[in-house]
Design a protein around this ligand. Structure first.
Ligand SMILES: [Zn+2]
Length: 164
């Protein structure tokens, strides 16, 4: 996949992320799943709205894509996420058989609140996964994606630091 194509889909993920506002307090995380140039799903984080602790953008997009295809496997699809997927979403990507995960902002670009207290390194996790046909790549429009989130050194009150 060429860089311009990845950036095009990441821009859509950014739009989805910003659909309910771009303030970090609104948890603007977006995910788009694409296969053969077709969008299978485009979802935003919905943890607070539902409420559902598992309703991360990637989880929602995987659910919608499987539903729309009537298939539990998303082989050869690419999952674009504005933020490096957490351990749960990385595992969901492995289970759903997506071929490729592309993310924008990485763990070091944002506040630690976005990730598990005990570090799950999604990159090495994927590298050691039982699937050898999945690829994960970061840094696609990373700076633009990072503007949606609290920065690494943001001074946040405890109550703002919910794990999303
Ligand atoms: Zn997640």
């Amino acid at each position: 996949m060429d860089k311009a194509t990845d950036e095009r889909w990441m821009r859509m993920a950014l739009e989805v992320a910003r659909s309910k506002g771009s303030d970090p307090s609104t948890s603007p995380l977006g995910c788009v799943i694409v296969r053969d140039g077709q969008v299978l799903a485009a979802e935003r984080n919905q943890t607070h709205e539902l409420p559902d602790a598992t309703a991360h953008a990637e989880m929602m997009a995987i659910r919608r894509a499987c539903e729309s295809l009537g298939d539990l496997e998303l082989r050869n699809a690419t999952l674009y996420s504005t933020l490096q997927p957490c351990g749960m979403c990385t595992m969901a990507s492995i289970w759903s058989k997506v071929g490729r995960v592309v993310y924008g902002a990485g763990r070091d670009d944002v506040h630690p609140m976005y990730f598990e207290a005990r570090h799950v390194d999604t990159l090495s996790f994927i590298a050691k996964a039982y699937r050898d046909d999945i690829v994960i790549e970061g840094g696609c429009l990373a700076e633009e994606c990072a503007t949606l989130y609290y920065g690494p050194d943001a001074d946040l009150p405890e109550e703002e630091q919910a794990n999303l």
